[in-house]
Write a protein that binds this ligand. Structure first.
Ligand code: NAD
Ligand code: UPG
Length: 478
C-alpha cells in the first residue's frame, strides 16, 4: 500500500493535537499516507468509530472523509514507525507530579518512551518532528537517545514544530494558522529536513507564514507565546478586581484599552480564570526553566500570572458565597458549563472544577449541565480516582451532592443560584423568565464569563453578579 504514496507519516499520540493536526495533513495531501498511533486502545477504537474521542467543530467530516483511504488510526506503533519517513511526536507533556521539579517541570517520560521505542524499532533514517510542547533543549535529549539506541548507520534529523492551535477552533487554526514554526539545527542536513517539512505545510499554508529558525528558539517561542497570552488574561482579570472595587466596568475598560492598536483587542475577556491543559503547565515549565538557570526575578514575574489566576477563581467563589448570605450549605446551585472554554468537551484545568469542589466541601447540592462534557468525565474530574486515600468517602460525597443534567432547564429547577462557568453560546439564548419562575427566591445569577444581559435579567427579578462589574452605582465616601 505504501508504494502508491509519495510520503508516509506516523504521528505518535492520538490526542487533541496529534489527531486533528495529522488528519488535516491527510485531508490536504492525498498522496501522503498518515498513521496516527497511540498506546491507548480505547482512544484508537474511538478514532475508528462514529464517535470520535474529542469534540472539535469540523473534525468529524475530515476524519470520515479520509479514514481508510490515506488516514489510519492504530495501536500498531512499531509497524507505523517502520513504514514512515517522518515521525511526529505528539504525546502529552504534563506537569511533573513527583521527583525533581514536581509541580513545575514538564514530565518528559512520554516523550522519552516514544523516542526510545522509535530508536528500538526504526530500520531506516527518519525526520523526527517534536510537536509536543517541551522545555528548551528537549530535542538534544531526543537526539542523544536516538543516536545511542538505534541501529548503526541510521540518521535522525530532529525538528521542533510546536503547535499553536486552540481547542474549539482547532480546525480553523490548522487550516489558516497565523504561522507555522519549524526549528532545526543550522547544519546542511538540519536545513534539508526543515525544508522537507516546510514543503509539506506549503501544500496549504502560504510560504510567508512558514517561519524557520534554530531549534532552541522554536522550542522557547511556544512557551513564550502561551505565557504572553495567559499574561493578558491575568492582566485583565487583575483589573476586573479593581473594577468591582471602584464601579468601573471591565468590558468597557478592556474595550478602551484594546482599541490601542499596539495592544489589540483579542484575549482581553475577563473571566472566572483561564483553564485548559496548556497555559498553567507551560508557564510553570517556563518558571522552572528560569529557576534552573538562576533567573529568579524572571521566574517570579511569570509565576505571578498563575497567582492572579488562582486569585481570580477564589474571588469568584467568595463573591458567590457572600451574595448567598454567607453560606452555601444545603443550597442548590446550578453550574452552566463544565468545559474549560466553549466548543470543546475538554475539561482539563477547567475553573468549574475548583468551584464545584469548593461547593461540595461546603455541602451544597450541585446541578451541572454542559452541552459537550459527558457525565462520566464530570464525575472523574470531581472524584479524581487514585488521588485521595479516602477515595470511597469522596466518591460517596460527590455522588450524593452532584447531579448531571441533560439541559439547562432541568439543571436550574428549584435551585437558589445559577453560575455560568463556560461561555457556551446556547447560554445566552435560554428562556431566563422560565428559569426564574422555576428557581427558589431570591434567585441569583453569577456570570463568570460576562455573556449574559444583566439588565434584562435584573428586570426579570434576578440578583445578578458579574465578574468585573458591580451590581449598581457605587457611592464613594470622602
Ligand atoms: N491540547 C492542546 O490544545 C494543545 C495545543 C498545542 C500544543 N499542545 C501540546 O501537545 C502535546 C499533546 O497534547 P494533547 O492535548 O494532544 O495530549 P493528549 O493527552 O490529548 O494526547 C497525548 C496522547 O499521547 C499518547 N501517548 C503517550 N505516550 C505514548 C507513547 N509512548 N506511544 C504512543 N502514544 C503515546 C497518550 O496515550 C495520549 O492519547 C502536549 O505537549 C501539549 O502541551 C496541546
Ligand atoms: O480573553 C480570554 C481568552 C481566553 N480565556 C480563557 O483562557 C483559557 C485558554 O483559552 P484558549 O487559549 O482560547 O484555548 P487553548 O486551547 O488553551 O489554547 C491555548 O493553549 C494552546 C496549547 O498550548 C495553544 O496552542 C494556543 O495557541 C493557546 O491559545 C480558556 O479557559 C479561556 O476561557 C479567557 O479567560 N479570556
Amino acid at each position: 500500500m505504501t508504494n502508491q504514496f509519495a510520503t508516509t507519516i506516523c504521528c505518535i499520540g492520538a490526542g487533541y493535537v496529534g489527531g486533528p493536526t495529522c488528519s488535516i495533513i491527510a485531508d490536504k495531501c492525498h498522496d501522503v499516507l498518515v498513521y496516527i498511533v497511540d498506546i491507548d486502545q480505547t482512544r484508537i477504537d474511538q478514532w475508528n468509530s462514529d464517535k470520535l474521542p474529542i469534540y472539535e467543530p469540523g473534525l468529524d467530516d475530515i476524519v470520515k472523509r479520509r479514514r481508510g483511504l490515506n488516514l489510519f488510526f492504530t495501536t500498531d506503533v512499531d509497524t507505523a514507525i517502520n513504514k514512515s519517513d517522518i515521525i511526529f511526536v505528539s504525546v502529552n507533556t504534563p506537569t511533573k507530579k513527583s521527583g525533581i521539579g514536581a509541580g513545575m517541570a514538564a514530565d518528559l517520560k512520554y516523550i522519552e518512551s516514544a523516542t526510545r521505542r522509535l530508536a528500538q524499532v526504526a530500520q531506516s533514517s527518519k525526520i523526527v518532528v517534536e510537536k509536543s510542547t517541551v522545555p528548551c533543549k528537549t530535542a538534544e535529549s531526543m537526539r542523544a537517545i536516538l543516536e545511542s539506541n538505534s541501529k548503526p548507520g541510521l540518521r535522525f534529523d530532529i525538528l521542533s514544530n510546536p503547535e499553536f492551535l486552540a481547542e474549539g477552533t482547532a480546525i480553523q487554526d490548522l487550516l489558516n494558522p497565523d504561522r507555522v514554526l519549524i526549528g532545526s539545527l543550522q547544519t546542511p542536513e538540519g536545513k534539508k529536513a526543515q525544508a522537507t517539512l516546510a514543503d509539506l505545510y506549503a501544500r496549504w499554508v502560504p510560504r510567508e507564514k512558514i517561519i524557520t529558525m534554530n531549534l532552541w528558539s522554536s522550542e522557547l517561542s511556544k512557551l513564550a507565546a502561551n505565557a504572553m497570552l495567559a499574561q493578558r488574561i491575568s492582566s485583565v482579570n487583575a483589573l476586573s478586581a479593581l473594577c468591582e472595587a471602584t464601579g468601573a466596568d471591565i468590558d468597557e475598560v478592556a474595550y478602551a484599552v484594546g482599541k490601542d492598536t499596539r495592544i489589540g483587542s483579542k484575549f482581553l475577556k475577563a473571566s472566572v480564570g483561564f483553564g485548559g491543559s496548556c497555559f498553567q503547565k507551560d508557564i510553570l515549565n517556563l518558571v522552572y526553566l528560569c529557576e534552573s538557570l538562576n533567573l529568579h526575578e524572571a521566574a517570579d514575574y511569570w509565576r505571578q500570572v498563575i497567582t492572579i489566576n488562582e486569585y481570580q477563581k477564589k474571588r469568584f467563589i467568595q463573591r458567590i458565597v457572600k451574595s448567598l448570605f454567607n453560606t452555601v450549605t444545603n443550597k442548590s446551585i446550578a453550574i452552566l458549563g463544565f468545559a474549560f472554554k466553549k466548543n470543546t468537551g475538554d475539561t482539563r484545568e477547567s475553573a468549574a472544577i475548583s468551584l464545584i469542589k469548593y461547593l461540595i466541601e461546603e455541602q451544597a447540592q450541585v446541578h451541572i449541565y454542559d452541552p459537550k462534557v459527558e457525565e462520566e468525565q464530570i464525575f472523574f474530574d470531581l472524584i479524581e480516582p487514585g488521588v485521595y486515600s479516602n477515595e470511597n468517602q469522596v466518591l460517596h460525597k460527590v455522588k450524593k451532592l452532584v447531579k448531571v443534567h441533560k439541559d439547562a432547564y432541568s439543571a436550574t429547577l428549584n435551585t437558589d443560584a445559577l453560575v455560568v462557568c463556560t461561555e457556551w453560546d446556547e447560554f445566552t439564548n435560554l428562556d431566563y423568565q422560565k428559569i426564574y419562575n422555576q428557581m427558589r427566591k431570591p434567585a441569583f445569577v453569577f456570570d463568570g464569563r460576562l455573556i449574559l444581559n444583566s439588565d434584562k435579567l435584573r428586570k426579570i427579578g434576578f440578583n445578578v453578579e458579574v465578574i468585573g462589574k458591580v451590581a449598581g452605582p457605587v457611592t464613594v465616601e470622602n
